[in-house]
Design a protein around this ligand. Structure first.
Ligand SMILES: NC(=O)c1ccc[n+]([C@@H]2O[C@H](COP(=O)([O-])OP(=O)(O)OC[C@H]3O[C@@H](n4cnc5c(N)ncnc54)[C@H](OP(=O)(O)O)[C@@H]3O)[C@@H](O)[C@H]2O)c1
Length: 309
C-alpha cells in the first residue's frame, strides 16, 4: 500500500469528534490544511466552533456500512472512540466488535491508514488489568486484524481541558482531604494534549508508523498523588490533609469522585480501576522517534489545561 503523501492536503475521517481528543484534533487537522469528515452518532450534539468547516455524517463506528459511506474516498481515519455506553458489563466485547466493524468499513472505503489512540498497558499484566484497559488493548488488536495498516499510539493520562481524567484530577486537587489510597502510588507519565495532537498528525503520514504500536508520554514520570499535588499547587491551594483509608470500594470512590467532578460515574469507575496500574512508557521507540515533539513538562501542561478550562 502506497504511503500517504506528506505534502498535500488529505481527506480524513475522524470518529470520536464530539469527545475530548477528537474535538481537539479536528481544528488541528483543519489548520494543517486537511479536509475533515466527522462520523458522529448524534450530529445535533456536535456544537464545536469548527462545525461549519467539516462534513458531519451520522453513524455509529460499529456500523460498517456507515463507516464505508462516511469514509468513502478518505485517505485515512482517526479512531478515537470510547464506547462506554453507560455500563461496564460487556465492554470488552463491545469494543472488539466496534473496532472490527470499523476496520472493515475503513477497508471498504479504500482508506490507507487508521490511527488509533489507546492506553498504555503492561502486556505482561494483561490478565490482571481492568476491563477498561483491556478493552482499549483489544480494540487495537481488532483494528490490526483488518487490511488497513494501523498506527496505535498508547498514552497514559492526557492533560487538557475537557478530558474526564483531567476533570477528576482537578476534583481530587480541590477536595478537602487527600485520600491515601493504594492507587495514589501508581506511577504515570502524562502527556500534554498539544504534544499528543502534534504526534497524531505526524504519525499519519510517517510511513515507518504504519503497523506500529508506539507508547508516548511526556518528559516527567510521577505518582498520581504527586500529580494531584502539582495540580493543587497550580491552583494556588495549600497542601491537603492526608486521610489514610485502609480500603475503599472503588464503586464508592467513583461515585464520590464523579459527583465532585461532574463526570459520568461509569466512566469514572472505569478510569479509577485503570489507575491501579502504572501508566509509564516502557517501550522507548515512541520517544526515540518523536521525542522532540514530546517535550512539554508536566507542570506546563497542567498550567495550560487549567488556563483553558
Ligand atoms: N483522555 C485521556 O486522558 C486518554 C488517555 C489515553 C488514551 N485515550 C484514548 O483516546 C480515545 C479518545 O478518548 P477521549 O478522552 O477523547 O474520549 P471521550 O471524550 O469519552 O470521547 C469518546 C468519543 O467516542 C464517541 N463514541 C463512543 N462510542 C461510539 C460509537 N459506537 N460510534 C461512534 N462514536 C462513538 C463519543 O461520541 P458520542 O458523543 O456520541 O458519545 C465521543 O465522541 C480513547 O480511545 C481513549 O482510550 C484517552
Amino acid at each position: 500500500m502506497a504511503p500517504l503523501p506528506a505534502d498535500r492536503p488529505l481527506e480524513l475521517l475522524v470518529t470520536g469528534a464530539s469527545g475530548f481528543v477528537g474535538g481537539a484534533l479536528v481544528p488541528a487537522l483543519l489548520a494543517g490544511g486537511h479536509r475533515v469528515r466527522c462520523l458522529v452518532r448524534e450530529p445535533d450534539r456536535l456544537r464545536a466552533p469548527w462545525r461549519d468547516r467539516v462534513e458531519v455524517l451520522q453513524g455509529r463506528a460499529e456500523d460498517r456500512q456507515a463507516v464505508w459511506r462516511a469514509g468513502d474516498g478518505c485517505d485515512a481515519a482517526f479512531y478515537l472512540v470510547h464506547g462506554m455506553e453507560g455500563r461496564l458489563r460487556g465492554l470488552v466485547d463491545r469494543e472488539r466488535r466496534t473496532a472490527a466493524a470499523f476496520a472493515e468499513g475503513a477497508s471498504a472505503a479504500g482508506m490507507r491508514r487508521i490511527v488509533y489512540l489507546g492506553g498504555i498497558v503492561d502486556e505482561s499484566r494483561l490478565a490482571f488489568v481492568s476491563d477498561h484497559l483491556y478493552a482499549r488493548h483489544q480494540a487495537g488488536v481488532e483494528l490490526r486484524e483488518g487490511p488497513v495498516p494501523v498506527t496505535e499510539l498508547r498514552a497514559g493520562i492526557v492533560l487538557g481541558a475537557g478530558s474526564t481524567s483531567f476533570d477528576l484530577l482537578v476534583a481530587a486537587a480541590t477536595a478537602p482531604f487527600a485520600l491515601d489510597t493504594p492507587w495514589n502510588r501508581s506511577r504515570v507519565q502524562p502527556i500534554a494534549v498539544s504534544d499528543l495532537l502534534t504526534v497524531l498528525g505526524r504519525v499519519l503520514t510517517d510511513p515507518r508508523a504504519a503497523g506500529e504500536v508506539l507508547e508516548v508520554g511526556g518528559p516527567d514520570t510521577l505518582s498520581y498523588a504527586s500529580l494531584v499535588e502539582l495540580v493543587r499547587e497550580e491552583l494556588g491551594r495549600r497542601p491537603a490533609r492526608r486521610l489514610r483509608v485502609p480500603y475503599l470500594p472503588p464503586e464508592a470512590t467513583a461515585l464520590g469522585a464523579a459527583a465532585r467532578a461532574g463526570t459520568d460515574p461509569v466512566l469514572t469507575l472505569a478510569l479509577l480501576q485503570s489507575v491501579e496500574e502504572d501508566a509509564v512508557v516502557r517501550d522507548p521507540r515512541g520517544r526515540r522517534r518523536y521525542g522532540e515533539l514530546l517535550g512539554t513538562p508536566v507542570r506546563a501542561a497542567v498550567r495550560a489545561a487549567l488556563a483553558a478550562r
